[in-house]
Design a protein around this ligand. Structure first.
Ligand code: XMP
Length: 512
């Protein structure tokens, strides 16, 4: 049996981040509902428990409480934030209810390192986010660290191996937070650090098989990182029970469909159905200028085509999706965030309910970099695993104004030149996104002895960490020059290339 660290989830948005930090320490953890009976944790061979943070007050009528028996299991427990309040509440300390939340940076002074703070400097920057506060220690506990706002920022009962910290060690803003978590896992719980991406895959495969049984799974493959890795993982688990559908909406980049077919059908031997719906999409988009209307039409048509192809395949019980953890938080917490739009698109709007499909999302707990590691371990090529993001509505939002086959063709060719040069120079891997945009503006040019009157292509190349903010990439002038002259020479219909030097904000990454 794997050595398991149980993370009891009291509703913090950071619970998954705790799980991620534990994986970084190469230890296996599992997130459990806060009310999971202690007996079940014992049965599952749990060697340590972390009580997550949570938004409630321990005194609230609806406050989530753990099974009190967990404190009798004899395994080490680490309470984080709300978790410390719970320890205070259940073990005989006192917790003061406060209406104001303490939020943001603070400083920790370690008084007695003990095992939790072993090997750390005495003063550290920390990050807080809590309302209630521990005001009296439970019997058996002592304070090990203080902060400007609390004499009980770190507490321990070394005999029972109970530890508590008022701040959040899992967030990046807490200095050496991962070391505190590692100290708990390894120094206190005695965990072996042998959990790897391969183990994740083995577990995920077993879970998928148990969940799916003999049923069929359908997955909409977009060619992006998330759906590609989900497809490879599902395929490893259930082979031919998985059918992938790739919709050619006529808004793809040059050679994209052929690439996806070659990779999945030939290399991976995945049952891949390619549906060519390009004419339908282009017909419906005819004359449409407004970007949001374009998105709606593309989204709706996609769902329709996808639904039809599901029926023609003969139906299935499960819909596979490459949902990642950030999609999960963004879609619940930050309304209006563009990232939640991404989610809506990939979620094939309401399809699971309409077709009575159960969802299977094997990457739901992972972060992007972890998904990339899984993809690499599954044998996906670097071009897929490190692919730049591409919007669901594709070139539909990169042809300004109304979309025609001619404009798409020009954009595709210009974009292919840009990508080739980005790849050849290695800059493709260094930037967040690089793409061409079609401007429906005709400008005057000269070609040989003749005057021309042709379209403009804009190059958009940006650096970013998470797409929330971005800045234009300072590409070497020689590279920009080469891309520009190749486009004007090789792409018929273009006589002028411009480089977009706007940051986000105030501009967005895409032009529409
Ligand atoms: P913006 O243009 O809002 O883009 O700065 C942020 C990130 O989101 C991508 N994007 C989309 N992705 N459907 C998608 O799936 C969309 O409608 C969409 N709009 C923007 C964009 O490529 C960038 O990575």
């Amino acid at each position: 049996m794997a050595q398991t660290i149980a993370v009891l989830d009291f509703g913090s948005q950071l619970t998954q981040v705790i799980a991620r930090r534990i994986r970084e320490c190469q230890v296996y953890s599992k997130i459990y509902h806060f009310s999971t009976p202690a007996a079940k944790l014992r049965e599952e061979g749990v060697i340590g428990i972390i009580l997550s943070g949570g938004p409630q007050s321990v005194y609230a009528r609806t406050a989530p409480h753990p099974d009190p028996e967990i404190f009798q299991l004899g395994v080490p427990i680490l309470g984080i934030c709300y978790g410390v309040q719970l320890m205070g509440h259940f073990l005989g300390g006192k917790v003061a209810h406060s209406k104001a939340r303490e939020y943001g940076h603070g400083h920790l002074t370690i008084k007695q390192p003990g095992r939790l703070f072993a090997g750390l400097p005495r003063r550290l920057r920390i990050w807080n986010s809590h309302g209630d506060k521990l005001t009296k220690l439970p019997p058996g506990f002592k304070a090990t660290a203080i902060s400007e706002n609390s004499p009980y920022s770190g507490i321990e009962d070394a005999r029972r191996r109970f530890y508590g910290i008022q701040f959040h060690p899992e967030v990046f803003h807490t200095e050496r937070g991962v070391d505190m978590i590692r100290n708990f896992l390894v120094g206190i719980c005695g965990a072996r650090q042998d959990w790897t991406t391969r183990d994740f895959i083995a577990h995920a495969v077993a879970d998928i098989r148990a969940k799916v049984g003999r049923s069929r799974v359908l997955l909409g493959l977009s060619g992006g990182v998330d759906s590609s890795v989900a497809a490879a993982l599902l395929h490893k688990a259930i082979g031919r029970q998985l059918t992938c559908v790739f919709v050619d909406n006529g808004l793809l980049r040059k050679g994209e469909r052929q690439y996806v077919e070659a990779l999945y059908r030939r290399n991976f031997k995945i049952d891949l159905r390619v549906v060519d719906a390009s004419r339908l999409f282009i017909r419906r988009l005819k004359g449409v200028v407004d970007p949001e209307t374009k998105r709606k039409i593309i989204g709706r048509t996609f769902v329709e085509v996808f639904e039809k192809s599901l029926k023609s395949i003969g139906g299935a019980e499960f819909l596979g999706q490459g949902t990642l953890y950030p999609d999960v938080i963004e879609s619940v917490s930050i309304a209006g965030n563009p990232a939640s739009l991404i989610k809506t698109h990939h979620n094939v709007g309401g399809l699971p309910e309409r077709m009575k499909l159960k969802l299977i999302e094997p990457l739901r707990e992972l972060f992007k970099d972890e998904v990339r590691a899984v993809g690499s371990a599954l044998g996906l090529p670097r071009e897929v695993v490190w692919r730049q993001p591409f919007p669901g509505p594709g070139l539909g939002v990169r042809v300004m104004g109304d979309i025609t086959a001619e404009k798409l063709e020009i954009l595709r060719n210009a974009d292919a030149v840009l990508q080739e040069e980005m790849m050849a120079s290695g800059y493709y891997w260094k930037v967040w996104q690089s793409f061409a945009v079609f401007l429906p503006v005709k400008t005057v040019g000269v070609f040989g002895d003749e005057r021309t009157y042709d379209y403009v292509i804009a190059l958009r190349v940006v650096e970013s960490i998470d797409a929330m903010t971005a800045d234009w990439a300072r590409l070497p002038h020689e590279l920009v020059q080469k891309i520009s002259s190749r486009i004007t020479n090789e792409v018929r219909g273009v006589s002028r290339v411009v480089f977009d030097v706007s940051s986000k904000p105030p501009a967005t990454i895409e032009w529409e």
